[in-house]
Design a protein around this ligand. Structure first.
Ligand SMILES: *Cc1c(COP(=O)(O)O)cnc(C)c1O
Length: 406
C-alpha cells in the first residue's frame, strides 16, 4: 500500500465540540439515558449503532480516539484501554482458548513476557519463545494448536526488527493471527499495511508523549473489536481495562503533534548513534548500517518519520552504566527512568529494570548484557550540544578515552 501516510490520516479527522469547540467535548458520564425501553433492550443485544450503553463498553471520547488510532494504523477499528497491558492481555485472551498455543518473539516487553511465561499457562495457554528474526525457526515452532504469532516491530530492549511482511505470510499460511506491538515505532511503521492482523500500542510512550498517563490501544478489524467489546464474551468488556474519558481526550490532543515529535526523536537519535559508534562505543540503532536488520527496516518504514528514538549503548559493566546514568542525570541530560517517548531523554539499564522479569540465563542468551543502557532520546533542540555534554560524562568515567574522541 503506497501513499499511506498515517499522520495525514489523523490530520484529516475533524471533531468539533458541542458548542463548535475546536476540540470535541469530553463525555463526563458513566451511563447514558434511553428515550425508550425498547432502545435499551436493542442496545444490549448489540443492535443499535450509535447508542451508548455504559462507559466500560464505550464512550464518545474513547470512540474519537479509537477512530484516530485506527486511521493511523490503517485498520477498520480500534479499542483504547487503560494501559498497554490492558490492550495486550485481553487481545491475547480473546484469541486463545485453553489448550491453544502462541509463538512469540523472545525479546518482548518484560510485562508481556511475564504474562505469557507465568500467567497464561495457568489458563492452559502455552507459549514458545523464538528468535523472531529467523523466519524458519518461527515457522518450525508452529503446531496444530498455534493460534497467534506475537512480536514487537522493534523489540524492547535489543531493538531487533521483526520482518512483518515475512511473518504475515507465515501467519496466513498456517491460519494464525499476527499480533504486532508497535509501541516503539508509531508512524514510522504501519504493520497492518505489511500484513499484520492486529496492531497494539502502549499509548503511555510516544503516542501520548508527555509521561503523564498510561494508556493502550488494540487496532484491528471491526469484527475483532466487536468481539473484544461483546457484553457476553468480550475480554475487554469483561475484564474491564477501560480508559477514562478525561484521559482519552487528553491523549487525543497529544496525538495531534506526534508526527513532529517522531521526526525530532528520530533525528536526535540518529545524530547521537552515528557519533557514538564512531567514537568506538557498541551502539545499537536501526538507522545504523551496522544494525543487522538495517536494510530490512529501511524498506519497512515511512521514511519521513525515520528510524525512531530508541538507541542502546553498551558501556561494558553495570557499574559503569550506573555511574554514567547518574552523572548524565546530574548534568540534566536526561532522567534515570523507565518508559520512553518523553520530551526529555530517559535511560535505564534494562537487565535490572524493564527486563528483570526475564531470567538471567535467558538474558545472556539473547544478548542482554550488564553494561547495556537503553536510551529513549528526547526532543533536545541542540543535539550537538547534548552530544558534547554526554561525551564529557563518558570521558570523566573512562568509558571513552580522550584519544578516542579527538
Ligand atoms: C510500556 C510497554 C508496554 C506496556 O504498556 P503499559 O502502558 O505500561 O501497560 C507494552 N509493550 C511495550 C513495547 C512497551 O514499551
Amino acid at each position: 500500500m503506497k501513499n499511506f501516510n498515517p499522520a495525514d490520516n489523523i490530520q484529516d479527522l475533524q471533531y468539533f465540540g458541542e458548542f463548535g469547540g475546536v476540540n470535541p467535548s469530553i463525555s463526563d458520564s458513566s451511563t447514558y439515558t434511553f428515550l425508550s425501553a425498547k432502545t435499551m433492550f436493542d442496545t444490549f443485544e448489540g443492535n443499535m449503532e450509535g447508542c451508548y450503553l455504559y462507559s466500560r463498553h464505550s464512550s464518545p471520547s474513547n470512540l474519537y480516539l479509537d477512530k484516530a488510532l485506527a486511521a493511523m494504523e490503517g485498520t477498520e477499528s480500534a479499542n483504547v484501554s487503560a494501559s498497554g497491558m490492558g490492550a495486550i492481555t485481553p487481545t491475547l485472551l480473546q484469541l486463545c482458548d485453553s489448550g491453544d498455543h502462541i509463538v512469540s518473539s523472545r525479546t518482548i516487553y518484560g510485562g508481556t513476557y511475564a504474562f505469557l511465561k507465568n500467567f497464561t499457562p495457568r489458563l492452559g495457554i502455552k507459549t514458545t519463545f523464538v528468535d523472531i528474526t529467523k523466519l524458519d525457526i518461527v515457522e518450525a515452532a508452529i503446531t496444530s494448536k498455534t493460534k497467534v504469532l506475537y512480536c514487537e516491530t522493534v523489540s524492547n530492549p535489543l531493538l531487533e526488527v521483526a520482518d512483518i511482511a515475512g511473518l504475515a505470510k507465515i501467519a496466513k499460511k498456517h491460519n494464525l493471527k499476527l499480533v504486532v506491538d508497535n509501541t516503539f515505532s508509531p508512524l514510522s511503521v504501519s504493520p497492518a499495511t505489511l500484513g499484520a492482523d492486529i496492531v497494539i500500542h502502549s499509548l503511555t510512550k510516544y503516542i501520548n508523549g508527555s509521561s503523564d498517563t498510561v494508556g493502550g490501544v488494540t487496532c484491528a478489524s471491526q469484527e475483532f473489536i466487536n468481539d473484544l467489546k461483546n457484553v457476553n464474551s468480550g475480554a475487554s468488556m469483561l475484564l474491564g481495562p477501560t480508559m477514562d474519558s478525561l484521559r482519552s481526550a487528553s491523549v487525543m490532543k497529544n496525538l495531534r503533534t506526534l508526527h513532529i515529535r517522531m521526526k525530532q526523536h528520530s533525528h536526535n537519535a540518529m545524530y547521537l548513534a552515528e557519533r557514538f559508534e564512531k567514537n568506538g562505543l557498541k551502539t545499537v540503532y536501526p538507522g545504523l548500517k551496522s544494525h543487522p536488520s538495517h536494510e530490512l527496516y529501511a524498506t519497512m518504514i515511512n521514511p519521513e518519520y525515520g528510524f525512531g528514538g530508541m538507541m542502546t549503548l553498551d558501556v561494558g559493566t553495570l557499574a559503569k552504566a550506573n555511574a554514567l546514568m547518574e552523572l548524565m542525570q546530574a548534568k540534566n541530560l536526561g532522567y534515570l527512568a523507565v518508559s520512553l517517548g518523553f520530551y526529555k531523554t530517559l535511560f535505564s539499564a534494562p537487565g535490572t529494570s524493564t527486563s528483570s522479569e526475564i531470567p538471567m540465563e535467558e538474558q545472556i542468551e539473547m544478548g542482554l548484557t550488564d553494561g547495556l543502557i537503553r536510551f529513549s532520546i528526547g526532543l533536545d533542540n541542540d543535539i550537538e550540544r547534548t552530544y558534547q555534554m554526554m561525551k564529557e560524562c563518558m570521558v570523566e568515567l573512562n568509558i571513552l578515552t580522550a584519544e578516542s574522541i579527538s
